[in-house]
Design a binder for this molecule. Structure first.
Ligand code: ADP
Length: 564
């Protein structure tokens, strides 16, 4: 999606907040750079067997090499990617040069019943005005009585059309086991399900229902740091929307896994074409060509993402060097209201069509950029610990905001990388992502080597002491994020080296939280959910009044035009 003035980059902080790392990099000389090449090692990835092959492809394109369990030391890798959660010990044993692609406990929003429960709790605390973006839901069989009460109330209220409902097994995905009904006699289930209000007035394109698969990357829950991806997938149903045929999955469900087997999948459908996908960019130009200003819509979607993640942020255990790529499914109704349908962990990365290849490969490249690897990470060893081991016993931990020698080293090492990542974002787009020289590119993106003696000259703690050592017996216990204000033993990878703020944009990822200084402060030392909600309230009011103002200006303009 282009990053023009109408980009969905709506929770972007003001420019002074963004004060991004664009200042000159104090790099090394060409000669030093040349010497460095001799010592460069590739970054190393480790994949669980169920991970889609595009992840391997992208990493190989970038010049990474694959971890070999037989040949390599057990911590000789930089990225471990799984489709299932990591074991507690994987988190406890994490090293500063490593990243894991999951945070623990995110299931609290990625399983349908947990999501419904958590959003209901947030609604109870912070008011339904903020949390009215998710359709009313009942978890069955537990909420059966409540559901019957709601169902009967609606039926009895005169003149009100009875609602449609959708019943979804909580443990299944890809549209499996879903049932849509209007009459309770059609409700049948044999496992735990959620029964949710069916949005029966979706915004249609040429008569077809569609929803958005929005990619969201959380690089940290403490401090909360959220990016949304500007490009994404618009997923169409492949038969025309029709409330008189509720059992036609090709008309009511937008899952690719279902529609690619539909009779119309390969047909050239009027208005949407072949297959069942568009990119966000195509959808935005379609809306734009019909005079729709989608700015407010994207702002609202970003708010939904933040409000949803806030529901679990305080309870995500304190862990280092993780990130989580979520797939948010958003449906837009014919009043342009966005609804959150569900949140996916490990969103599908299979390449079913060329649109998938474009979007998902670009996404993965940008995810790797977000992980902010530096040259020192290629060493994959506690270099500093060896050289300064005498200091190790003196300083056990360091605060996450305190500059340490390792941080200093990373800072120096990272400057040119940071600058590169931000400044050359668009330039990078212009180059093909998969080239045989990608390893070289990866290296060129890296900073010049920094020598411990120089970088660490004025600091106290050392890398060995920064690494978290699991306490015996603590292997199965998590520290809640609220304890973030205590100590962090590995310097955060997701902050700029210069001002310790998150990068405002990396590739097509745009920072949506923190969106201003107040939000940053409220999430820095532990999480002040109430404070953040107040900030979001203010932001939403501003967004709304700007939206109303725009509509007014448009009306005035049209009136003037008519008078002329
Ligand atoms: P799954 O995990 O099985 O994909 P989802 O909750 O994503 O389950 O639902 C599958 C599809 O069903 C969605 O992509 C959407 O097209 C449709 N759907 C789900 N919930 C609703 C709803 N409340 N209103 C309208 N359509 C819905």
């Amino acid at each position: 999606m282009p990053s023009d003035s109408t980009s969905p980059n709506l929770l972007l902080p003001s420019s002074h907040f963004l004060g991004c790392p664009l200042s000159e990099s104090k790099g090394c000389t060409m000669a030093e750079d040349h010497n460095a090449k001799d010592t460069l090692k590739p970054l190393v990835f480790r994949l669980h067997e169920s991970v889609p092959k595009v992840v391997r492809e992208v990493l190989m394109e970038r010049g990474w090499s694959e971890f070999d369990e037989q040949e390599q030391d057990k911590s000789d890798w930089n990225l471990y990617w799984r489709n299932t959660p990591f074991h507690v010990t994987d988190h406890h044993n994490i090293k500063p040069w490593q990243r894991l692609n999951h945070y623990p406990e995110t299931v609290k929003i990625t399983r349908k019943d947990y999501l419904a429960r958590n959003l209901k709790r947030m609604k109870g605390i912070y008011g339904s005005a903020l949390y009215k973006f998710s359709p009313v839901a009942f978890i069955m069989p537990n909420d059966y009585v409540k559901f019957i009460a709601e169902y009967s109330k609606e039926r009895q209220s005169q003149g009100r059309k009875s609602s449609y409902w959708i019943c979804k097994p909580v443990n299944l995905s890809r549209g499996r086991g879903i049932l849509i009904f209007q009459d309770i006699k059609d409700l049948i289930y044999d496992c735990v399900v959620i029964v949710q209000k069916y949005i029966s007035n979706p915004l249609l394109i040429s008569g077809y229902k569609w929803d958005l698969r929005l990619y969201v990357c959380v690089t940290s829950f403490c401090p909360l740091t959220i990016y949304t991806y500007e490009e994404g997938l618009v997923r169409f149903a492949t038969e025309k929307f029709d409330l008189s045929s509720l059992d036609n999955v090709y008309a009511h469900l937008t899952n690719t896994s279902i529609n690619k087997f539909g009779p119309s999948y390969k047909k050239d459908k009027v208005g949407i074409g072949r297959g069942c996908k568009w990119t966000f960019s195509k959808c935005r130009s379609y809306l734009c060509s019909r005079g729709v200003d989608d700015l407010l819509l994207w702002q609202r979607i970003n708010n939904i993402v933040t409000l949803t993640l806030l529901a679990i942020t305080p309870s995500v255990p304190l862990t280092h060097n993780c990130f989580e790529l979520f797939g948010f499914d958003i449906l837009i109704d014919d009043k342009f209201k966005p609804w959150l349908l569900e949140v996916n962990c490990s969103p599908a990365l299979r390449l079913d069509c060329s649109i998938d290849a474009t979007v998902k490969k670009g996404l993965l490249h940008d995810v790797i950029e977000l992980l902010n690897y530096k040259q020192i990470d290629t060493l994959r060893q506690n270099k500093m610990a060896r050289t300064k081991s005498s200091c190790a016993s003196k300083q056990q931990q360091t605060e996450c905001t305190t500059a340490s020698p390792v941080q200093s080293l990373l800072e120096v090492a990272g400057r040119s990388f940071s600058k590169e990542a931000i400044v050359t974002r668009k330039a990078a787009r212009a180059h093909p992502r998969k080239t045989l020289t990608s390893q070289l590119r990866e290296r060129m993106n890296m900073p010049k080597p920094c020598f411990p003696s120089r970088a660490a000259s004025n600091s106290k703690p050392i890398l060995g002491t920064l690494h978290h050592v699991p306490v015996p017996g603590q292997d199965t216990q998590w520290l809640p994020t609220e304890l973030c204000k205590n100590k962090l033993s590995i310097p955060p990878y997701f902050l700029t080296d210069q001002d310790k703020r998150p990068f405002p944009r990396i590739g097509d990822f745009v920072l949506i939280f923190p969106f201003n200084d107040a939000a940053l402060q409220a999430s820095r030392n532990g999480i002040d959910v109430k404070g953040i909600i107040q900030e979001i309230h203010k932001l939403m009011n501003e967004q709304l009044s700007r939206g109303i103002q725009k509509v007014k200006e448009k009306k005035d303009y049209l009136t003037i035009q008519k008078c002329l």
